[in-house]
Design a protein around this ligand. Structure first.
Ligand SMILES: C[S@@+](CC[C@H](N)C(=O)[O-])C[C@H]1O[C@@H](n2cnc3c(N)ncnc32)[C@H](O)[C@@H]1O
Length: 266
């Protein structure tokens, strides 16, 4: 069999020591003798940790054709591994319900992959399943954003840019504030959070920075470096803010319709 050599972003994730160590420990502590679903399995690191840790059976669901041949290779060593190349949002789920669900499709405010929809679907069938990661902590901050080309374009409000922690692209206009926490251990309701941000200076805000912290197992929070350092800049209509005069930001996420950010001068 010819295996494609394009591993894309999987290389970065496989090289992210903090992420892998935290997931490996959480999986090892949980799966012995149990049925595990790995949602968005990629090339299979989470399935591998579960198989190595004595899971009774592991189902790895992955939509991507290029990635799937790598995932399937795990069956050579682990006959109790069942890879499925499928869309986890629509496929017929196995009869075997999971006792543990690993869903490493992490992104800022859970907006990059259909992670929550996938989890909610599986948790409807298996409400008592233990989920890894444990919780998500979602943060918002007022910023003044610059694009780096030197070309003075004004992005339309609502436009998004993904940053990997580039400190030169923004000036902080408020401290970051924890807006909400998602608990993955039960069905996850849509986010509707209002956060009050206090400007550090008087000036113009033109974007909201959104990012998240991932709590892989209770109390084990990943640092925002490596593949967990991504953040979204959401451009807004430029707004004058005054030092100490709070600004209210409302952030809604219905999971199937993207993030909505609205701003009101408090
Ligand atoms: C962030 S990667 C994580 C990969 C792997 N779990 C890991 O930890 O390295 C998310 C994976 O989810 C897969 N994915 C996204 N949407 C999916 C869907 N609807 N059904 C199945 N897999 C999906 C992507 O192709 C990608 O491989």
């Amino acid at each position: 069999m010819k295996i494609p050599i394009e591993t894309g972003f999987h290389w970065g994730m496989l090289s992210d020591y903090d992420r892998n160590a935290a997931y490996r420990a959480a999986i090892k502590a949980t799966v012995r003798g149990l049925v595990v679903y790995d949602l968005g399995a990629g090339v299979g690191p989470m399935s591998y940790y579960a198989l190595q840790s004595g899971a009774r059976r592991v189902y790895g669901f992955e939509i991507d054709r290029q990635t799937f041949p790598y995932l399937r290779r795990l069956t050579r060593t682990f006959p109790q591994f069942i890879p499925r190349r499928t869309n986890i949002l629509r496929c017929r789920l196995p009869r075997d319900t999971p006792q543990v669900v690993v869903c490493e499709m992490w992104s800022t405010w859970l907006s990059g992959w259909p992670m929550v929809q996938a989890l909610n679907r599986v948790l409807r069938r298996a409400p008592a399943a233990r989920v890894i990661p444990s919780r998500g902590h979602h943060v918002a901050q007022l910023v003044q954003a610059r694009h780096r080309s030197g070309f003075p374009i004004q992005f339309p409000p609502g436009t998004e840019a993904t940053l990997f922690g580039d400190p030169f692209a923004t000036t902080d206009m408020s401290l970051p504030v924890l807006a909400c926490v998602t608990d993955f251990q039960r069905r996850i309701p849509p986010i509707d959070a209002v956060v009050e941000l206090v400007p550090l200076t008087t000036g113009t805000v033109n974007a909201i920075r959104l990012y998240s912290y991932e709590e892989v197992s209770p109390g084990r929070m990943l640092p925002r470096i490596g593949t967990r350092g991504d953040e979204l800049l959401r451009w807004i209509t430029p707004m004058r803010v005054h030092q100490g005069r709070r600004v209210q930001v409302r952030i809604r996420h219905r999971w199937d319709a993207g993030l909505q950010v609205t701003l009101a001068d408090g």
